[in-house]
Design a protein around this ligand. Sequence first.
Ligand code: PEP
Ligand code: MG
Length: 538
Amino acid sequence: MQEFQGKSVYKGTAMGKVVVLKEPDSVIKRVRINDVQAEIERYERASKEAARQLGVLYEKACREVGEAGAAIFEVHQMMLEDEDYVDAIRNTIETESVNAEYAVAVTGDNFSETFASMDDDYMKARSADVKDISNRIIRILEGTKDADLSEAAVIMADDLSPSQTVQIDKDKILAIVTVHGSTNSHTAILARTMNIPALIGVPLDLGKISSGMTAIVDGSTGHVILEPTEEQCREAEQKIVWERRQASRLQELKGRPSITPDGRKVNVYANIGSVADIGYVLENDAEGIGLFRSEFLYLGREDFPAEEEQFQAYRQVLQMMADKKVIIRTLDIGADKKADYFHFQKEENPAMGYRAIRICLKQPEIFKTQLRALLRAAVYGNLSIMYPMIISVEEVQKITVIMEEVRQELEQAGIPFAVPEQGIMIETPAAVMISDELAQLVDFFSIGTNDLTQYTLAIDRQNEKLDDFYNPHHKAVLRMIEMAVDNAHKYGKWAGICGELGADLALTEEFIRMGLDELSVSPSMVLQVREKIITFAK
Ligand code: PEP
Ligand code: MG
């Protein structure tokens, strides 16, 4: 039995088998080898195994998402056998007498850079593919197995990126435990959405932990027990039963409106990252969706989602939510949310860099595709659109111009569409300070307290060392929220919070006093926030 202490990201107790997720070593060592022929044969065996794995993945994807969706694995198989690629790897092993891992890594990097520098968008996108197949061969050479997630398990990893997290089947996760990561990262947010106990900063030595061990995770205290005693298992089981009972008590609040005893309605909406999350929204009886982080449609894939694919996703969300409000935020990619095919350049300060609306205004073709899909989907439900990371009136004016172009294009093409309510996120101090002007241009404000705290306190929300300083209860943050709400109301607009602070039960009463019209929270927090509102004492 071993015990570890980390930081809580999301409450709840879990017990089950461990699956360790390992990434191939980020720095591949260059090792001189004597037997060149044996090394080439080692590479060839790994390449064969990679082809076999891709064949299995292709079959699985065909069954689950159809042939079109599975085609990427065929492309990978072809690249794996590409003559230039194979020759380059063999030559490197032969001429430099180096290990296969190194030869594959160097070749993969070279090919990937060549693809990335091409003009043709299709070829550009192949840059990520060649990296992917190279990583697969390296994993095989290193003996790193792909995680076996055939049964629900406690995931242990050094860190998880948002794109890794979205790729894991959510039904297969009992808990998430990472060595690194910050409580405000998007991976943490995903854990809350999925209602999964999650810990970060747990000092595990992953080299010594093997998949298949048993673990108990206490999401509230940040405690992890590996290979627990029978007594500890019994205690954990009791706790899990108790938690289930508490959750069913909250179930009684389903169907009740979120109204204070003195008659004030506060809409309690839910935040989601994918169409699949709607299950959690309905299960927890949210009154709408206050934030659909549409960028998750762009993550964990090889290329941009086409207009049609986006349209189908948005339409599905709207139809499943019937007439309830669905606020879809336009692409907020950048900072910690990255996709290779965007070809982001390395930045010193990515949180303050090329991201969100800045990308959309600089690359309007990406933005327009999304807006077209949104306007087309708007016909099918109660849609609102909101724009992230706004800092100026000029940005809102530029968005208005682009929106008008999209509207005219759809009209001329005779495609059915509707122009929905449009609002902005208030998540920069600049937006707060000019919120009186912004309120006159938009239909609503949704306050993104995660970024607003980051930019107000000058604290990188991704930096785990600063978690103790990241204080969203700071007076400066609370005053900013109040200022934005007052300015929205002054011009007859509504204001809500969609950052994590909206679910902070210690502040619900303060938010009601400030006059917030909406709180959009992780689905798992909806009923708890509703309970606070229903029992609000002035
Ligand atoms: C926020 O910043 O509060 C927010 C809701 O957006 P995200 O967490 O996706 O940056
Ligand atoms: Mg934000």
